[in-house]
Design a protein. Structure first.
Length: 96
């Protein structure tokens, strides 16, 4: 398994409001969204110009039995900042 150079992995768990920090959420609860979908993450990442690649068959290692999928995005800064930007992009999409 070779990690793609210049890519960050964004798991839905990172921005899921229903998960706790110990379950893998990396953004503050007020900045997170309820049950983010892969397509929402992909669309928000596209709007940020991060060239998202969806890998739907992947499972978050801590919850290996739940196939949630993941999105690979261009590494253009700290993962926590990018995750927060994606979450706020999803919030904008949902509110409009």
């Amino acid at each position: 398994m070779m990690k793609d150079k210049g890519k960050l992995v964004i798991w839905p768990t990172y921005i899921d409001q229903t998960r706790s920090r110990s379950e893998g959420r990396i953004v503050a609860k007020k900045n997170s969204v309820k049950e983010p979908q892969l397509q929402e993450i992909k669309k928000a990442a596209q709007e940020l110009g991060l060239n998202p690649e969806v890998e739907a068959e992947k499972a978050y290692p801590r919850f290996w039995w739940e196939v949630s999928g993941r999105v690979l995005v261009d590494d253009k800064g700290p993962k926590s900042v990018i995750a927060k930007q994606i979450a706020s992009g999803i919030k904008k999409m949902r509110s409009s």
